[in-house]
Design a protein around this ligand. Structure first.
Ligand SMILES: *Cc1c(COP(=O)(O)O)cnc(C)c1O
Length: 418
């Protein structure tokens, strides 16, 4: 079975890391099995049939596949309604459509998890270049950070009272704060609703789907949104996004996506119904595989002497590894790239990516552009040379990439195994 030649010492470290993770993997499997059951129940209850796999063209009237997928998502996400479309170009777009759907001039939007994910800053209009932003429509923005304990609860209360929409980001994104567990999220939602029962609680659910048994909409969130090239697309949906939640809110969002009065009734599905269905079917398994890869990467590189973030695999599919110097960072990314299914023969190089103040290196030999749920590594080329490793469709294939990254460090004399 020697398709790859790895150093015996690396294989030994890897084997003991896998041993250490047995009980953690059991927990991940339990959540996976629960979510597979939930998804299967929804497929059967909604009588998914061969006809639903077909797509439509033009206006897409009477697209039963599309309409049934909306119902399927609504059931899986414990919500009254959902809109699932390939027309959402990204997670940011789905979140944007939800916000433009519910907010009106002079309303106030309050983020309580600090600054939202970078791409949302242009949407809110906090940046100089804000053409088309919520701010141009006179929608006020306020911010509070529940992770910053210098803030007072009274301040939160005042801000919640003024807010039409309270915005919560579940995943850590690329920040140092922990991802929110469903239990924590419920506590926060209850607190907000206690301050203002009319506030619409919106959760950015990107990277959160199927990581735990419950979803934000199961425990009191009014509306959520996410991307189909992340968790719920299972690595199979080509593009798209979803919004799920209270019926009136989903309808308001659907008017912002298509047109007022038209909403969910139109929008052809092309050939995406089959892929969206197949992706959802695979999603809990793909998410569990990503969580395992993330845990294994942390355990393995920690055993090799690197600093890693320790709450890995808890509620997120991203881990960070501190490599300490530029040569190691480049060697790590080369190792990941050359053990990828696509473009294994190319070398990733640091480049000046727009919007960043240092060079960025990315290793992503993936089937879907963006590499959002597939194994990839990216990093700003600056001290302390942290690499962010995420995703992993297949556990065993991803394990090869982890070994190969370590092997490349070893070959370049950048790593000593003690
Ligand atoms: C990925 C992500 C988004 C949206 O990003 P897109 O690249 O637009 O899909 C928003 N919030 C979080 C936390 C994310 O991880």
């Amino acid at each position: 079975m020697d398709f790859f030649k790895f150093d015996k010492k690396l294989l030994d470290v890897m084997a003991s890391c896998q041993d250490n993770l047995k009980s953690k993997f059991k927990e991940i499997d339990k959540v996976c099995e629960y979510n597979c059951n939930k998804v299967m129940r929804a497929f059967i209850d909604n009588k998914i049939s061969t006809a639903h796999l077909n797509g439509s063209t033009g206006y897409g009237y009477d697209d039963i596949g599309r309409d049934t997928i909306d119902k399927l998502y609504a059931q899986v996400f414990d919500s009254q309604d959902a809109i699932v479309r390939h027309n959402f170009v990204s997670g940011t777009h789905a979140i944007t459509v939800a916000l433009f759907g519910i907010l009106r001039p002079n309303d106030s939007l309050l983020s309580i998890t600090g600054s939202p994910y970078d791409t949302l800053l242009n949407v809110i209009g906090n940046t100089k270049d804000s053409c088309g932003s919520l701010r141009e429509f006179n929608i006020h923005y306020e911010q509070y950070n529940i992770f910053d304990n210098t803030h007072s609860v009274n301040e939160l209360k005042d801000k919640c009272k003024r807010a039409k929409v309270v915005y919560i980001q579940r995943s850590r994104g690329y920040t140092d704060r922990p991802s929110l567990t469903v239990k924590k999220l419920k506590g926060i939602i209850d607190l907000v609703k206690g301050f203002n029962k009319n506030a619409v609680v919106f959760v950015d659910n990107c990277y959160g789907e199927f990581v735990q048994k419950a979803e934000p909409t199961s425990i009191g969130a009014d509306l959520i949104a996410g991307s189909l090239i992340k968790n719920p697309g299972g690595g199979i949906a080509d593009t798209g996004g979803y919004i799920a939640g209270k019926k009136n809110l989903v309808e308001a969002a659907s008017f912002a996506l298509t047109a007022p009065g038209i909403g969910k009734e139109t929008g052809c599905s092309l050939d995406q119904n089959r892929k969206i269905l197949l992706g959802l079917y695979f999603a809990p398994t793909v998410v569990s595989s990503s969580l395992k890869v993330c845990s294994l990467a942390s355990e393995f590189f920690s055993a090799l002497g690197y600093r890693v973030n320790k709450d890995y695999g808890q509620s997120d599919i991203i881990t960070s590894i501190t490599l300490g110097d530029k040569d190691s960072l480049l060697a790590f990314c080369e190792g990941i790239q050359s053990a990828s299914p696509i473009d294994s023969f190319v070398s990733p190089l640091p480049w000046n990516m727009p919007g960043y103040n240092s060079q960025i290196i990315m290793a992503a030999g993936t089937f879907t552009q963006g590499a959002s749920i597939e194994l990839s590594a990216d990093a700003p080329v600056k001290s302390p040379f942290n690499v962010y490793l995420q995703g992993g469709l297949c556990y065993f294939s991803s394990k090869i990439a982890l070994l190969n990254a370590a092997q490349n460090l070893l070959n370049k004399n950048l790593l000593n195994i003690v």
